[in-house]
Unconditional design. Structure first.
Length: 603
């Protein structure tokens, strides 16, 4: 497992993290009030040692410096030396602390849940509007983990880590002030010992954690030796290498033993250290306090409060580094999230298009050159020019990797060509709104992937406003109505993850129905019949022919029988058009690529 990377806190990091406050802003009232309650609950908690001192110490009034002298003495109307009053005051203090805590937790939860909801929605909106190039460069798994895990981590931080961090800082500050008021001298003695020991304890703890990890790694290593040799037991036996495997495993196991012994030693030392130093230093402070009490320099009730405040400081300080590390980690994940939010997006309408362009369907490609950003040195499309008239059927053939699917991606404006331009109805693609332009095209892709809903939902994806009748009509046109009606649940049949519960040919017909429903001016079929048996192929082909009627269509095919009647056949090789013409013309070319292909296929 990869170790969570440490993020250095730099200026840029904070800048990115601070853009996050944009999401908190709408809920700043809840945040501020929550903060006030956090302060109140932390402060009320700090009264506890003082009251305990009163309760246990119960001393006679003294003119020595007392914390009560610093706080306006309310004893004219509230006699804290009276035990029952003191108990009532304690109940009131704890009661209010409980109530404050409730509101703090509620308000923090409220603003966190809302801010993260906004963040999730915005991040998803930006991700889904990102150009395909972005997805070529980023792993989907990583992106989903950003939106789920990183945000979850933020939730933790905002809900608890931040609050605890602030509370501990308040605890340290208030305790120190109280300690100082009670006895400046003892306060300095305490400051000289307890925090230092607490910090050393934390560093020590980290060190032990690190060697614990080494032990884990060593034991994982020994497990992998075990697994390897048993999985490859045939190999081991065939080579008579048992002795070698035994030696290998022995070595790994001995290493685990050595590492474990090292950690046992350090852990023992650590516990000894904690008991000796941490408690020792507290005992030392208490001893000093006792000396002062005996000398009449401090009143006993303050002494008890003093001990409690000292314990508070000790625990608070030792928790700070861990909390700080958690905050650091969260700032790191916020930074990564913000990188998503700052990403480029396509200029999309993000709504149902009310007034479609209704293109005539003339498509012109002028000297298109293209290479993928991830492989800039490999020119996938080299100077391709094409003229497709409205209603024509153009076929694209060529060997695997020749750039056919890439060309269709360029047509759909998934990528921008490096040079040259694509015209629709004589106007450059850039002159149209991207969403409106894509709304005029439909693709039946090489690999149909459906959404994990019902068949009906999947067909309706082509036109979200379609009625039930229109959906059925489209399915009939796609030769899909038959098989859909045979399912017990009909159109409400679930297709499973990515459409896994449908056969290849069924998926393709659902995709065709979807395209019919979209009613595009331009149609792209990327090997829509590639993996079908002849009967399904016939059904699909029939549906496709119906779909292509009256539309400009670009058909990519390996099987030449399906494109024989195309208006023009373009032969692509290594991103270049090497031949183009009608079937009858192309088969005449001596040694032609198309002729060779058809000879192989029709032989
Ligand atoms: N997303 C991508 N990033 C980088 N290179 C890519 C990408 N997609 C395709 N390519 C490369 O571009 C070239 C053309 O691929 P394309 O998918 O257009 O071929 P094709 O003609 O459709 O092949 P097939 O008949 O096998 O579907 C190939 O060399 C391929 O490796
Ligand atoms: Mg392809």
């Amino acid at each position: 497992m990869a170790r969570p990377e440490r993020v250095k806190l730099e200026k840029g990091t904070f800048k990115k993290a601070s853009t996050f406050f944009r999401f908190i802003k709408p809920y700043r009232l809840a945040f501020t009030v929550g903060m006030i309650f956090l302060f109140l609950s932390s402060l009320t908690a700090m009264i506890f040692p003082y009251l305990m001192g009163k309760l246990i110490g119960k001393a006679t009034p003294s003119d020595l410096p007392s914390i009560t002298n610093a706080i306006p003495e309310p004893s004219q109307w509230l006699d804290l030396n009276d035990t029952s009053t003191l108990i009532i005051v304690m109940m009131v203090v704890f009661g209010s602390q409980a109530i404050f805590s409730f509101f703090r937790i509620y308000l923090f939860g409220y603003f966190t849940a809302n801010a993260l909801k906004d963040l999730r929605v915005e991040a998803f909106g930006i991700l889904i509007s990102s150009p395909l190039n972005f997805f070529n460069k980023n792993k989907v798994g990583e992106l989903t983990s950003r939106i789920s895990n990183d945000i979850e981590q933020l939730k933790d931080t905002l809900n608890t880590v931040l609050a605890t961090f602030i509370r501990q800082i308040i605890t340290v500050l208030v305790s120190l002030i109280a300690l100082f008021i009670m006895s400046p001298r003892l306060c300095f003695i305490m400051l000289g010992v307890v925090p230092i020991v607490a910090i050393v304890a934390v560093i020590f703890g980290r060190f032990i954690k690190r060697i614990a990890k080494e032990t884990q790694d060593a034991s994982a290593e020994s497990n992998s030796v075990l697994e390897e040799s048993l999985m490859g037991i045939n190999n081991v036996k065939a080579f008579a290498n048992e002795f070698f495997e035994i030696l290998r495993y022995k070595k790994a196991v001995f290493e685990v033993r050595d590492k474990t012994m090292r950690i046992v030693l350090w852990r023992g030392l650590f516990v000894t250290f904690i008991i000796f130093c941490m408690f020792g230093s507290i005992v030392f402070v208490i001893w000093q306090g006792k000396l002062m009490v005996d000398a009449g320099e401090m009143i006993p009730e303050n002494f008890i409060s003093f001990i409690l405040y000292t314990l508070f400081v000790g625990t608070a300080i030792s928790s700070l580094p861990e909390l700080y590390a958690k905050l650091q980690k969260s700032i790191g994940s916020t930074e990564k999230l913000m990188t998503i939010l700052e990403g480029d997006t396509e200029n999309l309408a993000l709504e149902v298009i009310e007034n479609p362009l209704n293109l005539i369907g003339d498509v012109t490609l002028e000297n298109i050159q293209f290479s993928y950003e991830t492989r800039p040195d490999m020119e996938v499309i080299k100077n391709v020019s094409l003229e497709i008239k409205s209603g024509q059927q153009i076929a694209l053939v060529g060997s695997s990797g020749s750039g056919k699917s890439t060309l269709s991606a360029l047509l759909l404006q998934f990528y921008k060509p490096n040079s040259g331009q694509i015209l629709f109805d004589g106007k450059p693609a850039g002159d149209y709104e991207l969403s409106e332009l894509r709304n005029e095209m439909a693709i039946v892709p090489q690999e149909v992937i459906l959404f994990g809903g019902t068949i009906k939902e999947n067909i309706a994806y082509g036109n979200l406003k379609a009625s039930e009748d229109e959906i059925i009509e489209a399915s009939k046109g796609a030769n899909a109505h038959g098989f859909i009606s045979e399912f017990p649940d009909g159109y409400d049949t679930y297709v499973g993850d990515r459409g896994i519960q449908l056969s290849g040919g069924q998926k393709q017909r659902v995709a065709i129905a979807r395209a019919i429903l979209k009613n595009p001016s331009i149609l792209i079929l990327d090997e829509a019949t590639s993996s079908l048996d002849s009967e399904s192929e016939m059904l699909v082909q029939e549906a496709l022919d119906r779909l292509m009627k009256g539309r400009t269509s670009l058909v990519i095919a390996h099987r030449l029988s399906t494109i024989k009647n195309s208006d023009t056949i373009i032969v692509l090789e290594n991103g270049e058009v090497v031949e183009s013409g009608k079937h009858d013309e192309l088969v005449e070319i001596e040694n032609g690529v198309y002729r060779n292909l058809s000879e192989i296929q029709y032989r």
